[in-house]
Ligand binder design. Structure first.
Ligand SMILES: Nc1ncnc2c1ncn2[C@@H]1O[C@H](COP(=O)(O)OP(=O)(O)O)[C@@H](O)[C@H]1O
Ligand SMILES: [Mg+2]
Length: 262
């Protein structure tokens, strides 16, 4: 385990089903290529499926961490971890929906701190709801990756979230347009999208990264970016994910330049 504090990246969106969980898992594979120790922290508390998608049976969850911490039973971060492989670990979301309400947002700060001290990079999967837990998380992490689909409602929602970010001086985010989730949806051109959201699109996953047999990978608990052929078959999208990963490891994030381009 690394001694210096690692980085955290929260994958967020204003709509469900845009490819957050898939992107989070794919990024974990990229960090493995970079030989970084990764924690997948599943903060999609109500419907989190990271451990399910990776086919890993688990015992302890975020709930156990919070509960133990609250009752002075916490000893080792490792006690709550489910191992995926030599580089990737998972801290799953609670199994029982009744446990979610017991996760006080004040522990999220501590949780992310502990995670950063134990890993090179902490990837945080979320849901699209702006609740207390997500607000604390967005405030806490080093960087935010906002996943956007080419969809009118999603663009509208993002526009309002960007103005909230602006009002709260949040500048440490990047926007990823995900054209791979739904390759037939392309209502708007990149130019239109930039005009609607009044911000830059920093990264784009192309429609060729649509994986037809995606469910097979999920059934087998496989990570697409760790497949041998991935870097050559999807070279452009592999490079995009690599750029996102490398930027997440950087010390300082530059401001989103969207405003200056207006
Ligand atoms: N590149 C892709 N190719 C094919 N299917 C995808 C792709 N990305 C996402 N999906 C599918 O779209 C659905 C939603 O993706 P998911 O990552 O779960 O979104 P979110 O976490 O934002 O709700 C899932 O069934 C997933 O398998
Ligand atoms: Mg998800």
């Amino acid at each position: 385990m690394s001694k210096t504090k690692g980085k955290s990246l929260c994958i967020f969106s204003s709509k469900g089903g845009v490819g957050k969980t898939t992107t989070t898992i794919n990024l974990a594979g990229i960090f493995e290529h970079l030989e970084k120790r990764v924690l997948l922290l599943d903060l999609d508390l109500s419907s989190g499926g990271i451990s399910m998608a990776l086919n890993k049976p688990f015992d302890k969850t975020i709930y156990n961490f919070v509960d133990d911490y609250n009752n002075n039973r916490y000893k080792n971060f490792n006690d709550y971890i489910t191992k995926y492989d030599d580089y990737i670990d998972i801290l799953p979301s609670p199994k029982d929906p009744r446990q979610i309400n017991k996760i006080d947002s004040k522990y999220i700060d501590i949780l992310i701190d502990k995670a950063e001290s134990n890993y090179d990079i902490v990837l945080i999967d979320t849901n699209h709801i702006l609740d207390e837990i997500n607000i604390v998380t967005l405030d806490k992490v080093d960087k935010i990756l906002f996943v956007l689909s080419n969809d009118p409602l999603d663009l509208k929602n993002l526009k309002s979230i960007i103005s909230i970010f602006k009002d709260s001086n949040v500048t440490n985010y990047r926007i990823l347009l995900n054209n791979s989730r739904d390759p037939y949806k392309d209502y708007f051109s990149l130019y239109d999208i930039k005009n609607i959201i009044k911000a830059n699109i920093d990264y784009t996953l192309t429609s060729s990264f649509y994986i037809k047999n995606m469910d097979n990978y999920v059934m087998n608990g496989e990570i697409i970016t760790l497949q041998n052929k991935m870097p050559s078959t999807f070279s452009k999208d592999y490079e995009t994910l690599m750029s996102i990963a490398l930027e997440a490891l950087e010390e300082n994030v530059k401001e989103n330049l969207g405003e200056e381009n207006e």
